[in-house]
Ligand binder design. Sequence first.
Ligand code: HAM
Length: 434
Amino acid sequence: MISKGLPGFRDFPPEDLALRAHIFRVWREVAARYGFEEYDGPPLEPLDLYTGKSGDEIVAQLYSFTDKGERQVALRPEMTPTLARMIGARANGMKKPIRWFSIPQLFRYERQQRGRLREHFQLNCDLIGEAGPLADAEIIALAIDVMRGFGLGPEDVRVRVSDRRFVAFRLAAAGVPDELMPGVFRAIDRMEKDPDGASRMLGELQLAPGAIDWIVRLTDRGHVDDLLRARATVSTPLGATLDWLDKIGLADWIDFDPTIVRGLAYYTGTVFELFDAKRTLRAICGGGRYDTLLQSLGGADLPALGFGMGDVVLGELLKDRGLHPAIAPSIDLFVAAVTSDDVPYVLKLAHELRDAGFRVEYALNGNPVGKQLNLANARGARFAIVIGPDERARGEVQLKDLMAKTQEAVNNTSLVSHLSSLVASRPMSHDPRP
Ligand code: HAM
């Protein structure tokens, strides 16, 4: 019996790895355009890095165990605590704001559903050491430009933005006391995913009926518009962040949405999530400001914000829209031997061509030339080079263009430069692996 992999864990055959590599490539390209530097951390961390700060939901999903040295450890479910520890420990000597990104593989024992697995890769972009609202706009603009990097537009993806400070201020005005604020945020976070659970949570909080009504109406368009107008009258940075995004030219991606509060416990200000516009998929990206996390982990007192963008929902959206990369041929050239006496010449020429940067394959058995050319076609090779006794005697090879279905004799001495000029219009070194 062939053993199966674990549920929620993926194999990546080359066609799937090509999509992952495409996603990683765009992530790295856009992060670099914003001046972000790449970092990484360990996949296994002390359990208490998460138990205190990340929130109950993520802690319940941890892959944790006791190692052979009796340490309580966990596979990382998110990158933010690792980043906060790394920066907190070395921030003093670093020029602010710090712009770092990473592409960790993360592990959460989640209930499996479309877009949610038990491992995923996540682009993390974080900006540390700047408290002003332009930093919030910069991080949101980066997340949007990643979407644009994949060919997606505001008609495909919406950015739902809110600010815990602003919503807390308005909740207080609606009669929610400070000590009940965390519970109210947890209930608001559930309103869309689990409306019954959210009502139950609100009921248990023993809020005044007017406050419950105010919270439930957060999903009404009219109520949201009133709130949005009120932002100018409240001195929280939400208004400034939205105005900066407008100045950058990205306002048409943004929806103010006070039901976005984020499930993780450490967020303190601006919060946002990216969803496909039709809302048929889970969140593509989520992030926000976490100004107290670094200090609470024992590090420097620095404001910070960032986002995590997963590869699973994004990959589905790209496939849905036909924006995934076409499968590229694995080789440029196939070198075929007519007789067994030609094989040593094939090997030598193939080696020279590989040194010159071409992707080259030849037959590893004594198959007749017809079968060798079948393999060349199956690989999608553009060219086949055929070497037989006659060609060797004349110091040349037969060069077949398998796409154009033409053939010419080419002198050995000019072969590399001739091939280079023929394929100049196509990339020669293609490696889909990250
Ligand atoms: P998060 O909302 O838990 O945030 O995850 C961010 C994104 O990762 C989600 O929007 C989703 O695309 C993807 N994701 C999360 N869990 C899964 C899963 N089980 N399967 C597939 N994809 C998943 C965080 O993790 C924060 N640490 C992000 C952050 C960085 N905040 C500030 N800096």
